[in-house]
Design a protein around this ligand. Structure first.
Ligand code: GLA
Length: 389
């Protein structure tokens, strides 16, 4: 569904629920990370793109003062958020992403307007495509629309990231919120997570496409393991004697190998290799050198599977199927994307083979994993926008 169609739907949902049309409509996309996994909190590079899957909000000034009501059109339940005092965590659980962003605006000294809101999302929930970052950035964009005060997109992304840290308890890096706020149509974003400088990398060659393969599994150990990986990376950097793994070379790591637990060594080996792979892949994409980009994606997957240990059986099955289809069948490369432990893979494929590859992956994944995958392709989408108001 196009953004226009989705926007008409959320407007209709708003009108049905609140009995009047909305004054504002905003949207923020989910993302798929092409390469650069678990590098953002190591001050490294990431190369995500915004996808044509969105969190949307339609809103109007509230009929009752002092609160923001958010109606979730999917779960058909409402959250009522008191804005007369500092916004705190509360129920339902999903409202915490919104609450966190509202608290961020309050901390900036901004007055939060009382609003009636309808919310809709086409970013698969918990699928590793940043449904939470899309919701956070969408909320921040609604605040911009409703207050008439735009904020710098980098500040907006940081505010959304803080919401995830403080209200959802996930010590995430900056990638997801950045791409949702700063994505540009037709472009990947090469983000230097240390300097926060971004470079656009055009992804406009019509001969290739990116396929997102959702394994439709999510293993619960995810968030605890994420924090553990972060700590192991910090430990490795400390032992090597650098501020972060961004500053370490493979040689330095090898010299320090005997001073660190084997598992910490492998974590660092992934991160150092992945930072290099990410800049090489950006170069490869600029040159439309698809075989090279594809090889870098496979290498990323193996390191995430073997050294970083954040893959899972289902993700590995998808990558294996992609490898079996191979270059001759139109697949350049494939890897898990996002935090791991379930969620999605991203595959770089020949555009004219998309249909055949989709069918083959769907059939083989069902046969091997016993689960139906959800597969779609997306062009790089624009970041958060105010559609109306
Ligand atoms: C999650 C986090 C990101 C990033 C990825 C792994 O998506 O939110 O900040 O660390 O995992 O690359």
């Amino acid at each position: 569904m196009t953004l226009q169609e989705l926007s008409a739907q959320v407007a209709a949902d708003f009108e049905k629920h609140y009995g009047r049309p909305p004054r504002w409509i905003v949207a923020a996309p989910g993302r798929v990370n092409v390469i650069g996994e678990h590098t953002d909190y190591n001050d490294g590079f990431v190369l995500p793109m915004a996808i044509e899957r969105y969190a949307l909000m339609a809103a109007d000034t509230a009929s009752a003062p002092g609160k923001i009501s958010v109606y979730d059109t999917h779960f058909k339940e409402s959250a009522s958020i008191d804005i007369t005092a500092p916004v705190t965590k509360g129920q339902p659980k999903w409202s915490n992403y919104i609450r966190g962003v509202l608290a961020g605006f309050q901390n900036r000294g901004q007055q939060i307007p009382a609003l009636d809101v309808a919310f809709k999302s086409t970013v698969p929930l918990g699928g590793g495509l940043s449904s939470s970052a899309a919701l956070e950035v969408c909320t921040a964009t609604l605040m911009e629309a409703a207050t008439g005060k735009a904020i710098d997109p980098v500040e907006k992304a940081l505010l959304a990231q803080k919401a995830e840290h403080d209200f959802a308890g996930v010590p995430c890096g900056i990638m997801d919120q950045f791409i949702s706020a700063l994505g540009q149509k037709g472009q990947l974003l090469l983000l230097d997570c240390r300097t926060r400088k971004t470079q656009l990398v055009p992804m406009s060659d019509p001969s290739v496409a990116l396929l997102v393969v959702n394994t439709n599994v999510k293993h619960e150990l995810g968030s605890g393991e994420y924090a553990k990986r972060r700590a192991e990376c910090e430990q490795a950097a400390k032992i090597i004697g650098v501020a972060s793994l961004r500053d370490a070379t493979a040689d330095q790591l090898d010299q320090a190998k005997s001073k660190m637990p084997e598992v910490v060594y492998r974590r660092a080996r992934h991160v150092i290799g992945e930072i290099e792979r990410t800049t090489l892949a950006a170069e490869g994409i600029r040159q439309s050198n698809w075989p090279t980009v594809g090889q870098l994606m496979y290498a990323s997957h193996y390191a995430l599977r073997d050294d970083y240990e954040v893959s899972c059986k289902e993700l590995d099955i998808v990558v294996q199927i992609a490898e079996d289809i191979g270059y001759k069948g139109g697949v350049y490369g494939c890897r898990m994307t996002g935090g791991g432990f379930g969620g999605c893979c991203v595959a770089l494929v020949k555009a004219d083979a998309v249909d055949a590859i989709t069918k083959k992956i769907a059939a083989d994944y069902r046969a091997k994993a016993g689960i139906d995958a959800a597969i779609f392709s997306s062009r790089p989408a624009a970041g958060a926008t105010i559609i109306k108001g």
